[in-house]
Design a protein around this ligand. Structure first.
Ligand code: PGA
Length: 251
């Protein structure tokens, strides 16, 4: 099963409008810039409109870092999938560990968002991953499996095929400590088997990414693993040259 590699940049809470425009200027790409790789940039909401214009007709697709599960209504501060569609978003990150930690997002809530994203025509990038304590206690595999099951439980098999999962061990995020490619592969394979248990053959179509201190030096080794189909990149996606380097290596 050929799965198209996907490299997604997660800017988190970085970059003013001016910074975002500067990035876009340095990152300008033609429509066929990276054949064989899907490239996504997920800026803060405030920069989406500017990047929609800047990346129009280029190979760079847009994603958001979160969304709410209702279509519209009295939900102060929230953003819906259709609003993201308006801004030409194709992807949306859901359940990032920083939101689970700081905003206290729970699995069931994240599951609602995954479902809503699919219904509203966006590809959810569902983030899962254990913390250091869970890893040291040998509980990582069971914990991550549980996260996957709880977030996907209400989906049909066909819907599951449209989800991207990003395995991001919390201890590797922003720390410079990457999981070894063997550790990352073991978990990504376990995630695929979990999905296979829920949805059968569709699991072979699902793209599974690794995230956590990915850079242009370690991406190639990670992507040589059979179950790693790309990366969710934080810090290294903030600089155009570094992010471009990761994409080149991923090819
Ligand atoms: P990092 O972040 O690449 O800076 O470790 C990854 C992420 O949190 O998505």
């Amino acid at each position: 099963m050929e799965r198209k590699p996907l490299i997604a940049g997660n800017w988190k809470m970085h970059k003013t409008l001016a910074d975002a425009r500067e990035f876009a200027g340095a990152f300008a790409a033609g429509p066929d810039e990276w054949p064989g790789v899907d490239v996504v940039v997920c800026p803060p909401f405030t920069a989406l409109a500017a990047l929609q214009e800047a990346f129009e007709g280029s190979a760079v697709m847009l994603g958001a870092q979160d969304m709410f599960y209702e279509k519209q209504g009295a939900y102060t501060g929230e953003i819906s999938g259709s609003m993201l569609q308006d801004l030409s978003c194709r992807f949306v990150i859901v359940g990032h560990s920083e939101r689970r930690e700081f905003i206290r997002e729970m699995d069931e809530f994240i599951g609602l968002k995954v479902h809503a994203a699919l219904i509203q025509g966006l590809t959810p990038i569902l983030c899962v991953g254990e913390n250091l304590k869970q890893r040291e206690q040998g509980k990582a595999l069971g914990f991550v499996r549980g996260q996957v099951e709880k977030a996907l439980v209400d989906l049909s098999s066909a819907e599951m095929g449209g989800v991207v999962i990003a395995y991001e061990p919390i201890w590797a995020i922003g720390t410079g400590k990457t999981a070894t490619s063997e550790e990352a592969e073991r978990m990504c394979q376990a995630i695929r088997m979990t999905v296979a248990g829920m949805a059968g053959g569709v699991a072979q179509e699902m793209r599974i990414l690794y995230g956590g201190s990915v850079n242009k030096e370690n991406i190639a080794e990670l992507m040589r693993e059979p179950n790693i189909d790309g990366a969710l990149v934080g810090g290294a996606s903030l600089k155009a040259a570094e992010f471009r380097g990761i994409i080149e290596q991923a090819r």
